[in-house]
Design a protein around this ligand. Structure first.
Ligand code: GAL
Length: 414
């Protein structure tokens, strides 16, 4: 009996010393604060808590994540990085370059991530051949979201397939006394619309040359001038109170029938789902007219920061949970995105989700899948932010089309 007591004492002492009696926990920095985003995040929190891992939430509001990245820099400068951070594309590569991210290779090898995650995502999830982030989804930005009743009321019989048909439909909606285009006047939102307008106007090769390769002849071109002319057309479709509006409040205008269209990434779909709206009945989703067959994507990945041994185990459990196929289905159905893994069945997804998955698979095989400039998947942040500045100044009338073309080409040399 005495031996047993001594043993128990030793175990208790050891546990207190290594802190393992305290529940395992992860601290996660993200910018998912809208209704639909929070609902999707809740799926991840519940999954982890079922696994005995406490979730310390660190939400930093601000669509597109600029504010979140600022908060992250402060935390890392203070020598106290979160366990994991929602991050996009080139930002992950920048943090990896600084040696701030942990090594997920052992888990990736055990779980076969190399075989199921598309190469377009792996390009950002790995650095020097090492997995440093776990991709939870694939969003795409060249979508239009439309309120079906508004289209019916305005007499828009068929979904617009071309840019001119889109303008004609918008004109009908305005004539019916409704807002044609719901929009939030913030640089990242203007840039999100820009993604689709570039694809629609110049096609995938033009997008790749101009916004990925930063080819000067493509940037400084009549095609890019036409892109800005079309952005000016969109400016005429928004309501007078658009400036500064958060993206999800613009989505709410389409959900409530105040507006006909929103050009936004498919996180907007999460707001429709959260509002219990049904695709095909309450709303319709279609590609920015002229960009059909192309997908400008951005993947939300959880970059895993280097943490102490006491956190490493719960960090691995978080990475494993994120990549679990069942979780990837449950999360993406709510988020409006599609799974980051190619081995997740589409049966739980609605018609817009199924279309998103089919479009991604088609674009992947046809080489018409390209990184969203607006959401950090075509150029590094310094150039992306310089592009944001030109696009938003033009949208607000501070630059005419020709000046915007010249400024964009200059920004690319930033
Ligand atoms: C994107 C992100 C989405 C959503 C959106 C709006 O960059 O990938 O998950 O958060 O911003 O904030």
């Amino acid at each position: 009996m005495r031996q047993l007591k001594l043993k128990l004492l030793a175990v208790a002492a050891a546990a207190v010393w290594t802190g393992s009696v305290s529940a395992q926990s992860v601290e996660v920095l993200h910018w998912w604060t809208s209704g639909g985003e929070a609902a999707a995040l809740g799926v991840l929190k519940k999954t982890l808590e079922a696994d005995g891992i406490k979730w310390n939430d660190m939400p930093v509001a601000g669509g597109g994540g600029e504010q979140a990245m600022t908060a992250l820099r402060a935390r890392v400068t203070a020598g106290n990085p979160p366990t994991a951070v929602q991050m996009l594309g080139f930002d992950i590569q920048d943090w990896a370059k600084q040696g701030a991210l942990g090594d997920l290779n052992a888990l990736a090898a055990k779980e076969g991530w190399d075989k199921t995650v598309p190469a377009a995502l792996q390009r950002f999830s790995k650095y020097n051949g090492k997995w440093i982030a776990a991709p939870v989804n694939v969003h795409s930005t060249n979508w239009v979201w439309a309120n079906k009743a508004v289209l019916d009321k305005a007499g828009v019989k068929d979904l617009p397939k071309t840019w001119d048909e889109f303008m004609a439909a918008a004109d009908k909606i305005q004539k019916a006394g409704l807002v044609a285009l719901a929009h939030g006047g913030q640089p990242w939102q203007e840039a999100t619309m820009f993604d689709g307008v570039v694809l629609s106007t110049g096609g995938i090769d033009f997008y790749r040359k101009a916004l990925v390769e930063l080819d000067d002849k493509s940037l400084n071109s009549p095609t890019m001038e036409k892109v800005f002319a079309r952005m000016s057309q969109l400016r005429k479709l928004v309501d007078k109170d658009f400036s500064g509006r958060d993206w999800n409040l613009a989505t709410a205008m389409v959900i409530s029938g105040k507006a006909g269209f929103q050009i936004m990434g498919d996180w907007a779909k999460g707001e429709f789902i959260n509002a219990k709206k049904v695709p095909g009945k309450d709303f319709v989703c279609f590609r920015v007219p002229g960009s059909q067959g192309m997908v400008s994507f951005n993947s939300d990945q959880f970059a895993m920061f280097k943490v102490g041994a006491d956190k490493a185990d719960s960090q691995m459990k978080l990475a494993k949970a994120i990549m679990d196929p069942a979780f990837q289905s449950a999360f993406n159905v709510v988020k409006g995105s599609v799974p980051a893994r190619t081995d997740v069945p589409n049966k739980a997804f609605d018609d817009c989700g199924k279309k998103g998955m089919a479009d991604l698979a088609e674009a992947n095989t046809k080489n018409t899948l390209i990184g969203s400039m607006a959401h950090g998947h075509s150029v590094p942040a310094s150039i992306k932010n310089a592009f944001y500045d030109v696009i938003t100044r033009h949208f607000n009338g501070d630059l005419n089309d020709k000046q915007a073309v010249a400024e964009l080409a200059k920004a690319a040399k930033n």
